[in-house]
Write a protein that binds this ligand. Structure first.
Ligand code: ADP
Ligand code: MG
Length: 482
């Protein structure tokens, strides 16, 4: 037989269901369990502190109305929070909090229909706010941080000095330094993701009560799209507004997504205004990002932009040593040096080669010799997808025409030199994401109009000059098999 409290709650749910979206209902009301009805006080069990705060923040009016309808004008609510075992293993369970239905808004403007009952207010250091429960985290947001991506494991070198020390400063004083936002940029596999996780972990170490969240720009975009689809955009925005330290990885992925940029822009302003810390990463400095709205770009420039460069040989070896030390394996120093000398521009690839060598040796029960290492690295280097850079294109073109690099970059107007320079510009435009200004700058300090002109000239020559067309086709093949 249905208990009294179940009947009351079923009545409430019927009204609630009619007033909110199905998705909001499933998210916030379906998990609630009624547990008790004592006189006119209905006790609801909710799965977390966060859940409780969310209900109080967003659904208080609706809850008040329905309780009043079911239990009369003196009806009240209490919450029993049963914490999730996995996150709060050492919390006493169940944890019951007696909380009158009252939030900050209600304090300023006491509701007539719900008498304010202060007798259950938890006493103690938390002063006026009756809802702060000692020993519980304010929010139950999982920060999504990877433990091993910490500062201890992040090797310092000339390549990352500024970014690393700015990161430590932000980690120790989030929102309080002038590095807000902190933008870390670099090419692929050079440690952006690792560094921003380390900052998040540093914040958590110093300020366990702060809400830290790591998301990729792609996750952010998908959550936003889902919220539109499910008609709970407000929940999405509110959720992000509660974060103290927001880390968004690979922000360049927002390029060409004006709606997501728009919502991120407003969120950025709100968090920034409230002294919250924003950390973002990108594959370009703000000046070179394309497809991002100018107003957002200008925000990115407010704080500090710091890059991660390709580590030098010593740093590469130190990274490899740290890695094998952490994994508890051994490898001859000369093998590490071989990896470090063959793979130069991407730490992730270097680690990939290291893992492949270990795997080969253990699967085939062979010792790690230079021969084994060389064969693995060889395959690895050949198969690894490489990024085509302006520098690489310039070298390929110069080698093809047997022209010294500095000559190509000089102001020489000699026909062969001009042609090689124009081809380097043309291929850079096609194969890299760099702007015309950057390409011009790298190809002998020319402006963007010169690059545009070069691209047009090359296209014309391909159509009219057979020999030139052959050069282009051959060069294209060379460049594409980097
Ligand atoms: P990105 O986000 O720039 O593409 P990641 O942060 O994913 O690069 O780094 C790729 C790999 O290289 C990770 O496993 C990371 O731990 C490692 N790595 C990069 N830089 C360093 C460093 N300075 N010290 C230690 N490990 C590093
Ligand atoms: Mg990354």
């Amino acid at each position: 037989m249905e208990q009294g409290y179940e009947k009351v709650w079923t009545g409430c749910l019927a009204v609630i269901r009619d007033n909110i979206s199905q998705n909001a209902y499933n998210t916030w009301f379906a998990p609630i369990r009624p547990v008790r009805l004592n006189k006119n006080i209905l006790t609801l069990q909710v799965p977390s502190q966060f859940f409780y705060e969310w209900l109080e923040e967003h659904y208080i009016d609706l809850l008040k109305k329905t309780i009043k309808k079911e239990l009369g004008p003196n009806g009240r609510l209490e919450y029993s929070i049963v914490m999730d075992n996995t996150c709060h293993a050492n919390q006493p369970q169940p944890f019951t909090v007696h909380a009158p239905t009252l939030n900050k808004k209600a304090l300023k403007n006491p509701p007539i229909s719900m008498p304010v009952e202060m007798s259950h207010e938890p006493k103690g250091v938390h002063g006026l706010n009756p809802f702060v429960i000692p020993g519980l985290k304010k929010l139950n947001v999982h920060p999504q941080l990877i433990d091993s991506y910490n500062f201890d494991n992040f090797i310092q070198g000339d390549c990352n000095r500024l970014a690393r020390s700015a990161g430590i400063a932000v980690g120790q004083n989030p929102g309080k330094t002038s590095f807000n936002p902190l933008l870390i940029y670099s090419g692929n596999g050079l440690g952006k993701t690792h560094l921003v996780h380390a900052i998040g972990i540093e914040v958590k170490d110093h300020y366990p009560e702060k809400t830290v969240l790591y998301v990729t720009a792609e996750q952010f975009t998908n959550q936003f799209i889902d919220s539109i689809r499910n008609n709970n955009q407000n929940d999405f925005v509110h959720f992000y507004q509660m974060i103290d330290v927001l880390i968004v990885d690979d922000i360049h992925c927002l390029a060409g997504k004006p709606k997501t940029q728009d919502v991120f822009f407003h969120l950025f302003n709100q968090l920034h205004q409230n002294g919250k810390q924003i950390i973002i990463t990108s594959d370009m400095p703000p000046v070179e990002m394309s497809g991002i709205e100018p107003r957002l770009l200008s925000r990115f420039k407010w704080g500090l932009s710091a890059d991660l460069q390709v580590p030098d040989f010593e740093t590469r070896i130190a990274i490899l040593q740290k890695k094998i030390h952490n994994d508890g394996v051994e490898m001859p120093q000369e093998v590490l040096e071989l990896i470090g000398s063959k793979i130069k521009t991407n730490v992730r690839e270097m680690e990939g080669a290291l893992i492949s060598i270990l795997a080969q040796s253990s699967m085939n029960k062979k010792d790690i010799t230079m021969k084994l290492a060389a064969s693995v690295i060889d395959k690895f280097v050949k198969n690894a997808p490489r990024e085509i850079t302006i520098d690489y294109i310039q070298q390929a073109v110069c080698k093809y025409f047997d022209l010294p690099l500095d000559k190509m970059k000089s102001a020489s107007r000699k026909r062969e030199t001009v042609q090689a320079r124009q081809l380097a510009m043309y291929f850079s435009k096609i194969y890299t994401k760099s702007s015309l200004a950057v390409i011009g700058n790298k190809c002998g300090n020319k402006d963007h109009a010169t690059v545009l002109h070069a691209c047009k000239t090359v296209k014309n020559l391909i159509d009219t000059d057979k020999r030139f067309k052959k050069y282009v086709a051959e060069l294209q093949n060379i460049i594409k098999i980097v």
